[in-house]
Ligand binder design. Structure first.
Ligand code: SAM
Length: 235
């Protein structure tokens, strides 16, 4: 896992021995559980380091994460980006949300084995979670990677964010087409695109864009729409 440290140093993030050890354990558990459930198609160590761990951590190039803030990772799957962010920035309070319970069982095991504190899993569809008083407008930051297009994701994620907070979407080169519908949805949901940072996933030619949406008003109560209804972008 020293390889991870040499990559993250390129974008200004140095990991301690303890953190490197935690990433190493995470990799071992991921590969072990992946033999019996579908967690990721990427299993080679070098690929996991670059495409899952370093990519998840790349957000720290654009946002200071050394803060005791509430973060929700929507559609976390095998824990990306939420678990790498928690390992590298232990001050964060993280909620990992997914609609598939068996992935959350895997994540509970990772949290336990790595001894992570102030991080927990929630089994919910994002559409339902965003209407629940427990989660609605309770987070300083919502993040999501590889879950849905920007318009749908905005409808799901912006309701989680407190006014003044941010929704950050990890996007790839599909972004220009998504921005058209996305911008409209973001405005209706009380958000505003503040910045788009374009970079490459380290050691690759794959583009990574971070769309920073600032929540400037309360979300209209009719959003997110119920599961099913929200499949079409907001028109
Ligand atoms: C392609 S995976 C991406 C996982 C992870 N974010 C990553 O970058 O590797 C999409 C994940 O989103 C979850 N998901 C899809 N629709 C969802 C919804 N409506 N609410 C919550 N989770 C959802 C799926 O169960 C799956 O774990």
């Amino acid at each position: 896992m020293d390889r991870l440290n040499s990559i993250t140093k390129q974008f200004g993030l140095e990991l301690s021995d303890k953190q490197i050890e935690q990433f190493s354990k995470y990799y071992d558990i991921l590969v072990e559980w992946n033999k019996v459930m579908n967690l990721t198609a990427i299993t080679e160590k070098e690929d996991v380091i670059i495409k899952h761990f370093a990519d998840s951590l790349l957000l720290s190039k654009y946002k200071d994460l050394h803060e005791n803030i509430d973060v929700i990772d929507v559609g976390t799957g095998a824990g990306f980006p939420g678990i790498p962010l928690k390992i590298a920035f232990p001050e964060l309070n993280i909620t990992l949300m997914d609609s598939l319970n068996k992935r959350l069982k895997f994540l509970d095991e990772v949290i336990d084995e790595l001894g992570l504190q102030d991080i927990h899993t929630v089994h919910s569809r994002a559409e339902d979670g965003g209407r629940d008083e427990m989660h609605r407008e309770k987070y300083d930051l919502a993040v999501s990677r590889a879950v849905a297009n920007l318009a749908t994701l905005s409808e799901w994620c912006i309701p989680f964010v407190k006014p003044g907070g941010y929704f950050v979407s990890y996007k790839s080169n599909a972004l220009p087409e998504e921005m058209r519908d996305g911008k409209k949805a973001i405005r209706i949901l009380g958000g505003q695109v503040e910045n788009i940072f374009n970079t490459n996933i380290p050691e690759t030619n794959n583009q990574r864009s971070f769309v920073f949406v600032k929540k400037i008003a309360n979300t209209d109560n009719k959003y997110p729409r119920k599961a099913g209804a929200a499949k079409k972008p907001i028109a």
